[in-house]
Write a protein that binds this ligand. Structure first.
Ligand code: CIR
Length: 398
């Protein structure tokens, strides 16, 4: 059976997660802002929380694939190794002597050591290089290869669209290298060989957390701190021209950390129902983009009339109403729970979703509306500002 996903709530069959590892141990009070974490997570506890998340999915018959395993298996393939070593070296600006030393170190590493270095990075005090000016003058803790602690959020670096996968173009410098790894896995790993890859890294910015597959053929894309209007344009053109969607809804969101992706504000919990940050539900707008095959060389994007997000989504989905679960929360509780990813749920199936246990009020309202909530602890995982949806890349959904 081919892999793929074209909705947010079809029965989840296979998902890619990343169990946090040594890359999280690279965070310090001096680099955590730049590395996009709001604190210094306790690695062991974060791993325990993540293991419980993975187990909750397995308990519902979801196959969990780990990015580390996929990457290590991929790095056993000669062509993949050569490719990633070349692209990693190309992105380093560490001076010629260190560059060639790192090249030799990466080439000597076995697949699992290489995977670890690519994910956890390399510090200046982890090499020895007599006579190198840069090595001598850099601080011991300076990174020669930056660590990737945000690999935890597998949602953002790739998105499955039907039987294809979009490798995204991440906006923040701390995350750019992530797509070298996901792209490599999709191009070389035997599980994915032959899967067409759309979009691609190093283009206008587009992040998976902004992409919501509202129903087969309807994709909402948030435009804000991460995904740019240009990233949306390129993506919309491609998915509309290729018939992967009949409507792309452009959804402007505030360019703030609290709302860095569309999925920090709204996620789907049923085929016609979302949970949404109440403070924004009245003001969220959308612009429908469709495809006119008769214009231009091969067709062209048609920009429709702006409406409320809910009206635009319902019209595109062909339903009377896209329901919102009214969490009925007072603005302060709503703001607190939105910050802690209360609206960032992962649907295992329609009306069955994983959520952080700490968002008690939001979860209670979901239960009141008949949504079964599987709670997980996210005390440590949440310090990177991402919830169950951010931490999962669905690879196969019914
Ligand atoms: N889809 C998401 O909202 N992902 C969360 C990403 C959190 C990460 N620390 C970041 O700032 O990119």
């Amino acid at each position: 059976m081919p892999l793929g996903a074209d909705s947010e709530v079809g029965r989840l069959r296979t998902v890619m997660l990343h169990r946090p590892g040594p890359e999280l141990g690279r965070l310090t009070p001096r680099n955590n802002d730049q590395l996009l974490f709001d604190g210094i997570p306790w690695l062991g506890r974060a791993q325990d929380e993540h293991d419980a998340f993975a187990q909750a999915l397995r308990d519902h018959d979801v196959e969990v694939l780990y990015l580390t395993d996929l990457l290590t298996q991929t790095l056993a393939i000669e062509a993949a190794r050569d490719e990633i070593i070349a692209s990693t070296l190309k992105g380093l600006f560490v001076g010629p002597s260190i560059q060639s030393l790192i090249g030799a170190k990466l080439a000597d590493a076995d697949p699992s050591q290489l995977a670890e270095t690519l994910m956890a990075g390399l510090r200046n005090d982890e090499i020895r290089l007599d006579g190198s000016v840069a090595h001598h003058l850099m601080q011991p803790e300076d990174f020669l290869i930056n660590p990737l602690p945000n690999l935890l959020f597998t949602r953002d670096s790739s998105v499955w669209l039907r039987d294809r996968v979009a490798v995204t173009s991440l906006a923040m410098p701390a995350r750019v290298r992530e797509t070298q790894l996901t792209g490599l896995i999709y191009r070389h790993h035997e599980r994915f060989v032959g899967t067409p890859v759309v979009h691609g890294p190093h283009l206008e910015h587009l992040e998976g957390g902004d992409v919501l597959e509202l129903s087969p053929g309807v994709i909402a894309v948030g435009i804000g701190e991460r995904t740019t209007p240009a990233g949306l344009e390129r993506f919309a053109q491609q998915v509309l021209a290729d018939g992967l969607a009949h409507t792309v809804l452009a959804v402007p969101i505030a360019q703030e950390r609290a709302t860095m992706h569309l999925d920090t504000i709204v996620t789907m919990v049923d085929v016609d129902t979302v949970v949404i940050y109440p403070t924004m539900s009245d003001t969220l707008r959308s612009v429908p983009l469709t495809w006119d095959p008769s214009t231009g060389p091969g067709g062209k994007v048609v920009i429709g009339a702006e409406t409320s997000f809910f009206d635009g989504a319902a019209a595109a989905m062909g339903i009377d109403t896209l329901h919102q679960i009214d969490t009925g929360l007072d603005p302060v509780t709503a703001e607190r729970e939105q910050w802690d990813d209360g609206n960032n749920t992962l649907a295992i199936n329609a009306r069955l979703a994983v959520a952080y246990e700490r968002n008690e009020q939001t979860n209670a309202r979901l239960e009141d509306h008949g949504i079964e909530v599987v709670t997980i602890s996210g005390d440590q995982l949440g310090s990177g500002r991402g919830g169950p949806r951010c931490m999962s890349c669905p690879i196969d959904r019914d």
